[in-house]
Ligand binder design. Structure first.
Ligand SMILES: [Mg+2]
Length: 355
């Protein structure tokens, strides 16, 4: 099997309403959609959803580097995913979002060629999973209202963005728990917005409110701070922005700095690297969450397949398509509230019209 052509296109998606997290407000997102054609008539789709202040790359660098990868990869076997990663990593350090686009498209081709949905190709047997939905930062009252409305639309797990001053954060999380009651799972993500002291100060309240876990309380580089927090609480502590690549996972796990890792295809460079991170975590007794960036149903569904296949990925944070819609990229999965069922179609199972 040979790659005969690779094409890229920028795509824009708007959020239904502005979305605020600790360090920015987001109005929508742009991605690069990638198509790989082969000499066997099988086409694979991938996507890069860079987030400059997390992944260090942006859409323009993705387009330029994708063009350079294209030159190297046309004529290669798309099933040789290990070699393709070697080539991409040999050309550029980082730039994980564009690497993820190529990786996802190759896995789409490999699973289509095997005649299997990607989750089965990866060794999974269950197409069902349940995602949380993320609540952006607002006033305590607006967040409580948001949470109640997601609960009413069938979501059982809510991820609450915090990470501003802890006094207001405390009011926010109290208002949310009061609004949704005790039968909803609440996890919090401070997106690096707290110090170690902030976190340990708000921790008794989080325990009292039966919060499920604390995600990325401190700055991404502060592995020691993460470890201090993990040591100081019985609540699970998850690394997100601290964990990009398998080598980050290895360091975090070796240091016993966290209880869980939030893997995102755009941070690590795709499914192949995500599998390595999950293997490191599982060997260390650390669970994984699978999260997402600004991405359409292409990358989001690819991540769902991976999460469905890997038993150690026990928390799902793949909610981006609940906030935005797109009529030219369809399929992938059906959902009711946060309960997702992957389609029983070969590959990722998405359809892209006009590209
Ligand atoms: Mg996060």
């Amino acid at each position: 099997m040979k790659i005969t052509d690779i094409t890229m296109q920028k795509a824009q998606f708007a959020f239904n309403k502005p979305f605020e997290i600790a360090f920015t407000v987001l109005y929508g997102f742009e991605t690069m959609v990638l198509r790989i054609d082969t000499d066997e008539g099988i086409t694979g789709y991938g996507e890069a959803g860079p987030l400059e202040y997390v992944t260090g790359d942006n859409l323009d660098t993705c387009m330029v580097i994708a063009g350079q990868f294209r030159e190297k990869l046309i004529g290669m076997n798309p099933l040789a995913i290990q070699s393709i990663h070697r080539i991409m990593d040999g050309m550029y350090h980082g730039h994980t979002a564009v690497k993820a686009a190529f990786d996802i498209a190759c896995y789409d081709i490999a699973a289509k060629r095997a005649g299997l949905p990607l989750y089965k190709f990866l060794g999974g047997d269950d197409p069902c999973l349940e995602s949380d939905v993320t609540i952006g930062i607002g006033t305590p009252q607006s967040m409580a209202e948001d949470c109640l409305s997601w609960k009413k639309s069938g979501f059982n797990i809510l991820k609450i963005k915090l990470g501003h001053d802890i006094e207001t954060d405390a009011e926010r999380i109290k208002a949310v728990r009061k609004a949704v009651g005790d039968d909803i799972v609440l996890r919090v993500d401070a997106n690096q917005g707290w110090s170690v002291k902030d976190t340990l100060q708000i921790e008794p309240l989080l325990r009292q409110l039966k919060i499920e876990l604390i995600e990325q309380p401190v700055r991404d580089f502060d592995f020691e701070g993460l470890k201090e927090i993990k040591t100081g609480t019985c609540l699970p502590v998850i690394a997100d922005e601290s964990c990009h690549l398998p080598q980050d996972a290895l360091r975090l796990c070796s240091m016993r700095a966290c209880d869980g890792l939030n893997i995102k295809l755009m941070k690590c460079g795709g499914i192949e690297k995500a599998i390595r991170i999950n293997a490191i975590a599982e060997a260390a007794g650390v669970f994984c969450m699978l999260g997402c960036m600004g991405e359409s149903v292409i990358a989001n569904t690819a991540a769902m397949h991976l999460a469905a296949a890997m038993k150690n990925i026990s928390k799902i944070d793949l909610d981006i398509t609940f906030f935005s819609h797109c009529d030219w990229i369809t399929g992938g999965f059906t959902s009711e509230g946060g309960k997702i069922t992957l389609l029983d179609e070969p590959g990722i199972g998405i359809r892209v019209n006009g590209f």
